[in-house]
Write a protein that binds this ligand. Sequence first.
Ligand SMILES: [Zn+2]
Length: 62
Amino acid sequence: MRLFKKKEEVLDPYTVEQCNSCNNTSKRVFKEGDYVFKIADKCTSCGSGQMVISKIFGEVSK
Ligand SMILES: [Zn+2]
């Protein structure tokens, strides 16, 4: 999936997940079905927290 801002600029969407326990964040490429506040995988950093999608944004692709 690609988001178009201007004719010349192509944005690649990214998803940021944040742990609700240790606040560890991880950024990955957006996947179909992602939305803010969606529950993701268990945190791999602290092992007990839950990763929640905190942000979805577009970056200019290179
Ligand atoms: Zn954690």
